[in-house]
Design a protein around this ligand. Structure first.
Ligand code: GLV
Ligand code: MN
Ligand code: MN
Length: 410
């Protein structure tokens, strides 16, 4: 497992150097860097005895056949896209640990009673279109057709991007596979939080993934000359956006368990001596209880309208994404916990504050997740860091999980 972990770490470095921009890691859906990464990972998959295909959105899927046909398929995986100025492990670690486990099977010529697929999803972060899980929702056939009309910063529609990436937007509504064949999905991911580090544990077992909403919010007033238009009567869109940002922060601080973030804000037309006629911002709001999240979202929508009214502006509200909270499968999670305990470690259970592909795949299969400790819980940041020894524990846990599942189904 130590050797496998070293390989996983080396590969994270290799993939982490493949970016749209030099100096930072940024790999959005459908980009040239994503194409290169897919080619490299496809090569590693083939070397591990897998057959490789791309589905209708460009998810890369390697398949290691079962001992004999008809035993079903277990899917392991995570994503290969990144946020802007990303770390090297959020996503790729899960794909590469899965691949390492298949390499171990292939090296000893071992076949399981079920096939193992490694899925490398093409969009989890939602960097390009402001909506997450395009890859895994296509895989699970839950991608809402309306999303195909969302546009990126250059006005390119999702459907056009899918086509340009070699996919088939018309096939997205059709299942790539029969869900009856699926035994489950298991994802390894960095924790992205400080809990495991505080407990001194290399890995933990995920109990649930909290729900999230992503909204594009806009305020429209009137642009004008910064020097000549008196303060009285201005219809400046940016102070409205500023007021809304503070309202978001206050709402999340008031509600136990809620986190809310405005991660982007833009003033248009965007010149130092022009009153902003328009301001747009992103809202990301999360809570473990979908009812609480829904009410908070509604309250913030009303707040945006009030802020706009008081300043004689128009406001707009476009929900780009709603993901429900997802509990992990009790059966698969129990098996994962046993695998951790077999190594001699306590199987600490913890919820996930971040979204994961597992949340989408849960629509068609039972899911489980293993978190790997990361330094100071830092993620979505180039300082993301994991220890090779912890990665070795993850490879060993997933290998044992496969063996336990094989024992149950064999
Ligand atoms: C994915 O990283 C998320 O935003 O939760
Ligand atoms: Mn992420
Ligand atoms: Mn991720």
């Amino acid at each position: 497992m130590i050797q496998s972990a070293a390989t996983v770490m080396e590969r994270c470095e290799i993939l982490g150097a493949i970016s749209e921009e030099s100096g930072i890691l940024v790999r959005p859906y459908g980009s040239e860097s994503m194409r290169r990464v897919n080619e490299i990972v496809a090569g590693w998959m083939r070397d591990a005895g897998m057959t490789v295909r791309s589905d209708a959105i460009g998810n890369l899927i390697g398949r290691y056949e079962a001992r004999k046909e008809g035993g079903g398929t277990l899917v392991l995986g995570s994503h290969l896209d990144t946020v802007r100025d990303a770390g090297r492990y959020d996503g790729p670690l899960g794909v590469l640990v899965a691949l390492a486990c298949v390499e171990c099977l292939n090296a000893s010529g071992e076949r399981l009673p079920f096939a193992v697929e490694v899925a490398a999803f093409a969009d989890e972060e939602g960097l390009r279109f402001g909506t997450t899980f395009l890859g895994s929702s296509a895989f699970a056939c839950t991608l809402e057709p309306g999303l195909l009309d969302l546009t990126d910063g250059d006005g390119v529609r999702v459907a056009e991007a899918v086509h340009a990436f070699g996919g088939d937007p018309d096939a997205l509504a059709r299942a790539d596979r029969s869900p009856n064949d699926l035994i489950g999905y298991c994802e390894v991911h960095i924790e992205q939080g400080p809990v495991l580090e505080r407990l001194g544990l290399p890995v933990g077992v995920v109990s649930a993934i909290q729900g999230q909403s992503r909204v594009g919010v806009g305020f429209v007033g009137e642009a004008g000359h910064a020097g000549t238009v008196p303060m009285e009567g201005r219809r400046d869109a940016l102070p409205a956006a500023a007021e809304f940002v503070l309202a978001v922060e206050e709402a999340a601080r008031r509600q136990e368990g809620m986190v809310a973030t405005v991660g982007t804000i833009e003033a248009h037309p965007g010149a130092g001596n022009v009153i902003p006629g328009e301001a747009t911002l992103s809202l990301d709001l999360r809570h473990g209880d979908d009812g609480v999240r829904g009410s908070a979202l509604q309250a913030l929508r009303e707040r945006a309208k009030e802020i706009a009214r008081a300043r004689s502006l128009e406001s707009s509200w476009r929900v780009r994404q709603e993901s429900k909270a997802v509990p992990t499968s009790p059966d698969l999670t129990e098996l994962l916990a046993r695998a951790v305990e077999e190594i001699g470690l306590p199987a600490h259970r913890l919820p996930s504050g971040a979204g994961h592909d597992a949340a989408e795949v849960a629509a068609i299969a039972p899911v489980a997740m293993l978190f790997v400790r990361c330094e100071r819980g830092i993620s979505h940041n180039p300082a993301e860091s994991v220890e090779e020894e912890d990665v070795a524990v993850a490879v060993e846990t997933i290998s044992r999980f496969l063996a336990l599942l094989a024992g149950e189904r064999g």
